[in-house]
Write a protein that binds this ligand. Structure first.
Ligand code: T5A
Length: 216
């Protein structure tokens, strides 16, 4: 398959387990870089509808392949409608979860064959992988405590999964990051929001060589 179109904007994915602080850090990083910020599953009207289906604890049994293909359907739309146009226009995009989540959750977590998951991610995105995946690593206990501190705390379909599932996801992320260090940056997420934000901004600037909005 032909690779993705050349683009001057960079795609930065914020990854990690439940409650790691991804949304907080995605918003902060986008603001520091003057980048667009968006999320998955979601980011478009269609994608947000797919998100509701995927997270609904009342969805009953969802087949693992169905889950994978719904994630990728939302991503294909997101890429076409928002991500690729922004990158082509030279804007950086910070996305709260992207293909790294699919490898960790549907591959390592659900146990679908990783080669198939990788190939289908590649197809759905026409080869557009993140320039950098930032993995915010926290223990499952810390993530659960942070999530539990919120008032909207009815668990969604993924949050309601077993500790063993979440442990496979965490270990899966660490395996992916270790096997592709050029495209992954692992940040310890247990510090304060400000500490984690500084580590992410410094790492992104060093890896991708992009200025923050204040110095442009
Ligand atoms: N999924 C997604 C797949 O299975 N495959 C895929 O391909 C994709 C794209 C999406 C679900 O979909 C699955 C994975 C997910 O289960 P989601 O809502 O995007 O769901 O993911 P969650 O991890 O559930 O998101 P959360 O909002 O719960 O967690 P975040 O975004 O990691 O954390 P955040 O920033 O909302 O912070 C949580 C709380 O902690 C506080 C915040 O203020 C907030 O209250 N906090 C901190 N507290 C102390 N110290 C810090 N450093 C803190 N940082 C944040």
């Amino acid at each position: 398959m032909a690779g993705p179109l050349a683009a001057t904007g960079r795609l930065i994915a914020i990854e990690g387990g439940e409650g790691a602080g991804k949304s907080t850090q995605a918003a902060g990083l986008a603001s520091a870089l003057g980048a667009d910020v968006t999320r998955e599953p979601g980011g478009t009207p269609l994608g947000e509808r797919v998100r509701r289906l995927l997270l609904d604890p009342a969805a009953g049994h969802v087949d693992d392949w169905t889950e994978l293909l719904l994630m990728l359907a939302a991503r294909a739309q997101h890429l076409a409608e928002r991500i690729e146009p922004a990158l082509q226009a030279g804007r950086h995009v910070v996305v709260d979860r992207y293909s790294g989540s699919t490898l960790a959750y549907q591959g390592h977590g659900r146990g679908l064959p990783l080669d198939d998951v990788r190939r289908l991610c590649d197809l759905a995105t026409r080869g557009r992988w993140a320039d950098l995946n930032v993995l915010i690593d926290v223990s499952i206990e810390v993530g659960a405590a942070r999530r539990g501190g919120r008032h909207d705390a009815t668990p969604d379909r993924f949050e309601a999964e077993t500790i063993r599932f979440h442990d496979r996801v965490r270990q899966g992320y660490l395996i992916e990051a270790a096997s592709d260090p050029e495209h992954w940056l692992v940040v310890d997420g247990t510090g304060t929001t400000e500490d984690v934000a500084s580590a992410i901004l410094a790492g992104v600037q060093e890896r991708l060589g992009i200025d923050d909005a204040a110095s442009r």
